[in-house]
Write a protein that binds this ligand. Structure first.
Ligand code: NAP
Length: 260
């Protein structure tokens, strides 16, 4: 296939590498080419990927929609195709990118795909050639999917940063604190993949241990944002714990903020 890729950024660069590695002819266009109106470059393309920031997709799509033979493809997990145009499809790699990765990052990567049938069929085939795992993502379901992805990627990263900073406060060297949580974090992912949520829950809530929860909250007494986060997450943990009513009540009591 001849594929045009507009926007050689964090997603665009590794995607262009992966498509070229799979044997496609890839023409990369940066801002300079699109500003210069070199859209005729797209005339020979079967598909054009718009791996530009979400805010730029709509305007760019209007400028180039007539060129590629099959259609346009954006990479946003958030933008509904129907808001952009009739020939527009989505190819959303469920991965975080920094731009320096090789094309191999697509191996095993889930890719949400939606759009007109002909473009969707071509994108499924492309994804499989990259070794990715394509799945259909309904246009109407995108917002909830994108929200779920935040909980799977951005928030765990923020939580790991909290773990690192709390460990450093307790005297663990910064270089150690950056790596010691990796294995236990990966084990949590394994629990999710292997068992039902109740079997995977570990920690004081799973044991009905209200005393430890109280101690943790005491340690966070001067740190209201983390204490609030701890309370919220511990309350959510209660949804997945198998506890007798007495143990559940003790935990709920431990989580109540001190009066005043
Ligand atoms: N980053 C991720 O981890 C990730 C993961 C999955 C999906 N996505 C989605 O992938 C898309 C691209 O995100 P990104 O993180 O790769 O963005 P990015 O790193 O900011 O890269 C965007 C690229 O588009 C170029 N660009 C912006 N406006 C343009 C225009 N009008 N014409 C031509 N090129 C233009 C930028 O050029 P300049 O450098 O000159 O501005 C840059 O090369 C977004 O829809 C995003 O939601 C991102």
């Amino acid at each position: 296939m001849i594929i045009a890729l507009i926007g050689p950024g964090r997603v665009g660069r590794p995607l262009a590498r992966a498509l070229a590695d799979a044997g496609h002819q890839v023409r990369v266009l940066g801002r300079a080419e699109t500003v210069a109106g070199e859209h005729h470059e797209l005339g020979a393309a079967d598909l054009a990927f718009l791996s530009v920031p979400d805010q730029a997709v709509g305007e760019l799509a209007d400028q180039v929609v007539t060129y590629p033979r099959l259609g346009l493809v954006h990479c946003s997990g958030q933008l509904p195709n129907r808001n952009i145009g009739p020939k527009v499809a989505m190819f959303h790699p469920l991965m975080s990118f920094r731009g320096a990765e090789s094309g191999a990052i697509f191996q095993g990567c889930p890719v949400g795909i939606s759009g007109p049938d002909q473009v969707t069929a071509a994108l499924f085939s492309l994804a499989k050639q990259l070794g990715a795992r394509p799945f259909v993502l309904d246009d109407e379901a995108k917002s909830s999917y994108h929200l779920a992805a935040m909980f799977a990627s951005v928030f765990p990263y923020i939580l790991l940063l909290q773990a690192k900073e709390l460990a450093e406060k307790s005297g663990i060297a910064s270089s150690d604190a950056s790596i010691i949580f990796g294995p236990i974090f990966r084990r949590a992912v394994q629990h999710l993949e292997e068992s039902d949520p109740r079997q995977g829950l570990t920690g004081p809530v799973s044991r009905g241990d209200a005393q430890t929860v109280r101690q943790h909250l005491e340690l966070l007494a001067g740190d209201p944002e983390r204490a609030e986060l701890y309370r919220s997450l511990t309350r959510l943990s209660l949804r997945y714990a198998r506890l007798d009513p007495g143990a559940r009540e003790s935990l709920e009591q431990a989580l109540r903020p001190e009066p005043g």
